[in-house]
Design a binder for this molecule. Structure first.
Ligand code: 5RP
Length: 222
């Protein structure tokens, strides 16, 4: 199976985690696109019924709406049972790097509303230590140079993602060369740097369960 087929596999596997009759949190990315398409097919068949979704990006919102699935504003809900999203890296403890699609801030907001984070990914995303994937950080544009210097002090090389403006009007720094051995401490520290909107380490909002697609099928990590 190629990577696209693995994404479709885990996208379908995530259907088992959709809470019947409840509003669902929906993430962003190519794996989530597969999940949205699978969800829409089940809704069309009458096999799944949900009152709506809360989406973590304009991209996912457009796809959900195209399928006729209702999208609510995050402020219209007080909580969500489940949030389903992909990851750029995940370790054996469920700590993740996210933001390859520049949606990390809204992803963390929706994850914060949810009781359970279901991560869907192909097995290439499983790592021992986070940091090989360039770490996305959403920033306030005027802080770019200062934050680049701060990352250099901890061994990271930050570069501005060219031509990208997030759904919130922010910019993205991609930071290479880090080895994130203490994801909880790293997230807490970097989030306090002035100009950082959201760091793409999801440690406080780690995955509750991860569906990993590989040659042998879908493995569930809890
Ligand atoms: C978007 C994300 C995505 O979940 C992450 O980049 C994985 O994407 P894909 O499923 O396309 O590999 O964090 O901001």
């Amino acid at each position: 199976m190629n990577q696209d087929q693995l994404k479709q596999l885990v996208g379908r596997a995530a259907l088992d985690y959709v809470p019947a009759g409840q509003i669902l949190g929906v993430g962003t990315g190519s794996t989530v696109d597969c999940f949205i398409d699978a969800l829409a097919a089940e809704i069309a068949k009458g096999a799944i019924a949900i009152p709506g979704t809360v989406s973590s990006s304009e991209r996912s919102t457009q796809r959900l709406i195209k399928h006729g699935i209702k999208v609510l504003d995050a402020s219209e809900v007080t909580g969500l049972a489940v949030y389903i999203d992909g990851a750029d890296e995940i370790d054996g403890r469920g700590y993740m790097v996210k933001g390859g699609g520049a949606a990390l801030t809204r992803e963390k907001i929706v994850a914060d509303l949810a009781g359970k984070f279901v991560c869907i990914a192909d097995e290439s995303k499983l790592v021992q230590t986070l940091g090989a994937f360039p770490l996305p950080v959403e920033i306030i544009p005027m802080a770019a140079a200062q934050l680049t210097r701060r990352f250099a002090k901890i061994g990271g090389t930050a570069s501005l993602r060219a031509g990208v403006v997030t759904d919130n009007g922010g910019h993205i720094l991609d930071v290479r060369g880090l080895s994130i051995t203490d994801p909880l401490g790293f997230e807490a520290e970097v989030n306090q740097w002035p100009g950082v909107v959201t760091v793409g380490v999801f440690a406080r909002h780690k995955a509750s369960v991860c569906l990993l697609g590989g040659a042998g099928g879908v493995k569930t990590l809890t």
